[in-house]
Design a protein around this ligand. Structure first.
Ligand SMILES: [Zn+2]
Length: 277
């Protein structure tokens, strides 16, 4: 059976779910919500893989190191080579460039170089394993689009060598339709969180993007959608994101709902039949 919804970016691996992780997974199953659990460092990537392996069906993992990881920011090929053997691992990330955390940073040039190297390592790893990337890109300023421009430059260069093996998704997309189109041209999709339910700055890109290039996510425990603001976010609330995407695009809810599920299955190469019990 196909799921009703797909939350392509969730963090049930974080401590916010220590008290009711299993219950949250059961609620998702009961609501027919499939999800990808996303690692941000070595430990949480192990956690994401464990959660995905623990559940019989419908939970997958993305493993990687976040650009602004405050703890252990290393990418150990040895560890990730072990984790990637798990068939539930469907993407590499979240990795990327995050220029929004530079307040008080002594050497911004050195920090950008560090982030770019970490990203390139993970791009190479994803290509070597023929897996899509789960990108996290945040600019220092939306008007500058600096992190996106740097990411696109790296992707274009790699694309010339790697071709169709280089692909992926930009999660929590927060830029314009023009920048989105540059990603589409490189075989990347974009995904939206619950912030689209209360912030209007995403409307234009949601309306103008081709339906087969967008996906739904929660980024839980963060970014809770209306009408659950103030509560911790979780995968079942992805329904509100899907509703809002349909509303903003002025399209039939069922059509959009089905398309977003199909996009997730295609982009992350998930074959439901393979997992049927
Ligand atoms: Zn995330």
């Amino acid at each position: 059976m196909l799921p009703q919804y797909f939350d392509i970016h969730a963090h049930l691996n974080l401590p916010a779910f220590d008290d009711d992780r299993i219950e949250a997974l059961k609620r998702a199953e009961a609501h027919s919500v499939w999800s990808i659990q996303v690692g941000t460092n070595q430990k949480s990537s192990q956690g994401a893989t464990m959660i995905a392996s623990f559940i019989e069906d419908g939970v997958f993992a993305s493993i990687g190191v976040h650009p602004a990881e405050s703890g252990d920011g290393r990418f150990s090929e040895h560890l990730f080579n072990e984790l990637v053997k798990c068939s539930r691992v469907v993407a590499i990330g979240e990795c990327g460039l995050d220029y929004s955390h530079f307040d008080g940073e002594k050497d911004i040039v050195a920090e950008k170089i560090r982030q770019k190297k970490l990203l390139e390592t993970q791009i190479d790893f994803a290509v070597a394993h023929n897996l899509p990337l789960m990108l996290h890109i945040r600019d220092s300023d939306k008007l500058l689009a600096d992190a996106h421009h740097d990411t696109l430059a790296i992707l274009r260069q790699k694309k010339e060598v790697e071709g169709s093996r280089l692909r992926g998704n930009v999660h929590f997309f927060s830029q314009t339709i023009d920048i989105a189109r540059e990603y589409f041209n490189l075989d990347f999709s974009i995904s939206f969180t619950g912030v689209i339910s209360f912030a209007r700055e995403y409307d234009e890109v949601i309306r103008l993007a081709p339906i087969d290039s967008i996906m739904s996510e929660t980024d839980c425990p963060y970014a809770t959608p209306v009408p659950y603001r103030g509560k911790r976010n979780e995968p079942i609330f992805v329904e509100e994101v899907v509703k809002k995407i349909a509303e903003i695009r002025g399209e039939d809810f069922e059509t959009v709902r089905k398309a977003l599920v199909q996009n997730a299955l295609r982009i992350f190469n998930i074959k439901p039949l393979k997992y049927r019990g």
